[in-house]
Design a protein around this ligand. Sequence first.
Ligand SMILES: [Zn+2]
Length: 262
Amino acid sequence: MFSWCSYCQKYLGEFAPYDQHNISHGICKQCHDGKVVFNREKIQKSKEIAVLFAQMGEAVKKKDFAFIKTQYEKLIALSVSNSDIFSGIYQPLLYEIGKLWENREVTVAEEHEVTSTIEALVDLGFKGIPNVENLRNSSKPMVMISSTSQNQHILGLRLIEHWLCEKGIENRIIVPGMPEDEFLSLAQKLKPPVVGLSVALPTPEVKRTLTKLVQQARGARVIIGGRFIREYMPNDLPAGITLCNNILDLSDVLIQSKLLAS
Ligand SMILES: [Zn+2]
């Protein structure tokens, strides 16, 4: 379930039940604290976002993947930010296509078509960020996250990279992943205050890498994330590691590390 603010069309996050990929409406803190008054135009916009979202979900089910491409401009016209589009709309679409693939309702080629369509839209989104070339692939990153070699779902990390750039946070997102010893020595060299892995499954190797990261981190926050992590790893984290299920969890880590204003 993906929640959006009814008033400012901001994406609020993902909530249980996690296997249902639809939109619900709530109110964000800013709008609540600002004691918003009822505004017909904003409520109408929220409805339009929900309609577009439902149409895109239907298009994926009907394998009309070209439809997704044509909706980006409409979302921008509704004043939805890029990062909200990516986290609140594209990400659920990716979950949906992943689920269809698991149920053998789409082929690998069809899944790749959706993924590459969304990748192209995300690339388009990067171009609009000021100073983006200094924020991405930084040599002094505040946040460094690598995918593991088993994790083929790298688009989620691209969405995070985009979100970090939009927030003006220097980052180093590593996809596809690199061998464990290279990753550990790069982390030691760059000393990012927040460092972690995006994983498909919490294998013993993943846990060993995370434990080594904590040992060499000297106060840095070590995080783990990935689409399936919440299903496999709720109470089984090595000491000193924070589970980040989504961008809101990552946002909390960055606020606690004083890298992002609350
Ligand atoms: Zn709001």
